[in-house]
Design a protein around this ligand. Structure first.
Ligand code: NAP
Length: 248
């Protein structure tokens, strides 16, 4: 008798636009059931919800990951809808800019609450589901800014470096339970988040990138698919840089 194959399930935070939307597209393309969340719904999400070829494998929840109650609800509802969670991608993030002397308490709390505490809330809840099944793959989207820094983004960079530390600690904690944990650290991507960079900064980044262009969401999505493929379950605690060679 052949075993019944259940469709693989991925949870992606912040899938309404930018890199998160690219991740949703890539996992849908790979045959996954996809659950995503963000604070507000976009036309991209509405199009997936209405697409007859996709709607049975896609669900969007309105949730703010920096609220632990929302994060728990997102995971619990997804686990009960799909029955299990194979992959979690912690992608939701914000990047308030400002030199340190002028960096206000509001942006400071927001960037730590969303990027760091939000990732911990979601991972804490999802790990309970994965531990029960003794398998799973978690990817935290960090950033090259957490590795090499960028002026005006020091606090953002600190949260991203913290995520890489979280990745390494969790890889040690969850490895014996069959769960891999890795970071993917993108370079500069053409998304709304990089709209704050002016033409001169974008030109400088492109010139310093050996592959001569900014990254696209699909460049990063391929790395995330690779790390979460069950065939690659001997890779954990790794930070995979996807930056066209910028920081090499
Ligand atoms: P983006 O275009 O601004 O999209 C961010 C996504 O996160 C949106 O879906 C947003 O939706 C969601 N989000 C933000 N705060 C949230 C919250 N509190 N709760 C739930 N969802 C929230 O940014 P992006 O460029 O795609 O960035 C995605 C990830 O890649 C981030 O972690 C970022 O740090 C990282 N990254 C980006 C770059 C780059 O150059 N763009 C480079 C390296 C790393 P709502 O606002 O509706 O909630």
């Amino acid at each position: 008798m052949t075993a019944i194959e259940h469709p693989r399930v991925v949870l992606i935070t912040g899938g309404s636009k930018g890199l998160g939307a690219g991740l949703v597209e890539a996992f849908l393309g790979a045959g996954y059931c996809v659950e995503t969340c963000s604070r507000s719904k976009t036309d991209t999400v509405r199009a997936w919800e209405e697409d007859p070829l996709i709607k049975d494998r896609f669900h969007f929840t309105s949730a703010d990951v920096s609220d632990s109650g929302d994060a728990d609800r997102f995971i619990k509802q997804a686990a009960s809808r799909w029955g299990h969670i194979d992959v979690l991608v912690n992608n939701a993030g914000v990047a308030p800019e400002g030199v340190i002397g002028l960096f206000g308490d509001g942006p400071l709390d927001q960037v730590i609450d969303v990027n760091l505490k939000g990732t911990v809330y979601v991972t804490r809840a999802a790990s309970r589901v994965m531990l029960a099944k003794r398998s799973g793959a978690i990817v935290n989207i960090s950033s090259v800014i957490g590795l090499s820094g960028y002026r005006g983004l020091s606090v953002y960079g600190a949260t991203k470096a913290a995520l890489d530390g979280f990745t390494r600690g969790l890889a040690r904690e969850l490895g014996s339970r069959g769960i891999t944990v890795n970071s993917v650290a993108p370079g500069y991507l053409r998304t709304e988040m990089s709209h704050g960079l002016d033409a001169q900064q974008l030109g400088q980044i492109t010139r310093r990138t050996p592959l001569g262009r900014l990254g696209e969401p699909h460049d990063v999505a391929r790395a995330v698919l690779f790390l979460t493929d069950p065939a690659n379950d001997y890779i954990t605690g790794h930070v995979l840089v996807v930056d066209g060679g910028l920081t090499c």
